[in-house]
Ligand binder design. Structure first.
Ligand code: PMP
Length: 293
């Protein structure tokens, strides 16, 4: 990944992709003082860029540092990197971290860096293929409470338990893992939020110790627009047998149907299909949607 062609926005400048490096004594690498975003562009337009940038700034604030660029500057940099890379359907990865001046737990005066990379990422939308659903394992690790970790920050350190859980699931042939929270309630997948359907009603865990995903919020809004009832509540893992549909939501995952979680099975149905279609329509820029008609 580090040997591609192109440029990366790095501390206000465009740096050759291969030269966008950090020092090995970077605080973010040793102590996890790093936050990031996953953003997507469809048809040349960045979906919910403002929300992602605001979350990036908030993630850093929760970790106690201030990104030395305004939201407007970050938004402009995201748009410019897309243009420079000549991308239309792409993934953008802004990342901010504490630098390498001081080595130790305390690093009050270390420079805060920001980089933004973008690469081609065509939309997954192939409904027939995706409607088979993915299989999830049950993760061993649990999402920590807000007093144990900065759960509301999209902090690199929180992904340690996600990578361990995802690798363990992949080793057993699953696509991903479903994590419980510290209380034993259903939380989310390793990089996406989770939804269930029962008797025409949508159920999703309360986002009180994991990201209230931008896609999650979008899908709840789309569901309500359709007149579906959406219940945000604590869900016990034993309840999984009572749900008929299940799907994940996330910037990368979009709306991804789930067919299996451990011993429980689900069949993507009308609500999942409707929300997949509505999400596609929502992210598609209005101009290119009109041109396709
Ligand atoms: N939870 C986790 C752990 C994630 O990594 C993501 C992806 N950012 C999400 C939820 C979904 O967030 P969003 O819809 O904002 O991409």
């Amino acid at each position: 990944f580090d040997s591609r062609e192109g440029v990366i926005w790095y501390d206000g400048e465009f740096v050759d992709w291969k030269d966008a490096k950090v020092h090995v004594l970077t605080h973010g690498l040793h102590y996890g003082s790093s936050v990031f975003e996953g953003v997507r562009a469809y048809g040349g337009e960045i979906f919910k860029l403002k929300e992602h940038t605001d979350r990036l700034i908030e993630s850093a604030r929760i970790l106690g540092f201030k990104i030395p660029y305004t939201a407007d500057e970050i938004n402009a940099a995201c748009k410019e990197i897309l243009q420079r890379m000549k991308l239309t359907d792409a993934y953008l990865r802004p990342v901010a971290w504490r630098g390498s001046e001081m080595m130790g737990v305390s690093a009050q005066n270390n420079t805060i860096h920001l980089a933004i990379a973008a690469w081609e990422w065509p939309s997954y939308f192939k409904p027939e293929e995706r409607l088979k659903g993915i299989r999830l394992d049950m993760a061993e690790y649990r999402r920590p409470d807000e007093k144990t970790a900065p759960s509301k920050s999209k902090a690199a350190g929180l992904y340690m338990i996600c990578t361990i859980s995802k690798h363990a699931a992949e080793a057993k042939g699953y696509a991903d893992a479903m994590m419980l929270d510290y209380r034993g309630y259903v939380a989310e997948a390793t990089g996406a939020n989770i939804f269930f359907v029962k008797d025409g009603v949508i159920h999703t865990p309360i986002a009180d110790c994991f990201l209230n995903g931008i896609t999650r919020q979008t899908v709840i809004e789309l569901a309500k627009r359709r007149g579906f009832e959406v219940l945000e509540r604590h869900i016990m893992p034993e309840e999984l047998s009572t749900f008929t549909e299940c799907f994940l939501t996330g910037t990368a995952a979009e709306v991804t149907p789930v067919s299996e979680i451990g011993p429980y099975t689900f069949v993507p149905g009308e609500i999942t299909k409707t929300l997949m279609d509505d999400y596609t329509a929502e992210v598609t820029p209005k101009a290119s949607a009109a041109a396709a008609e």
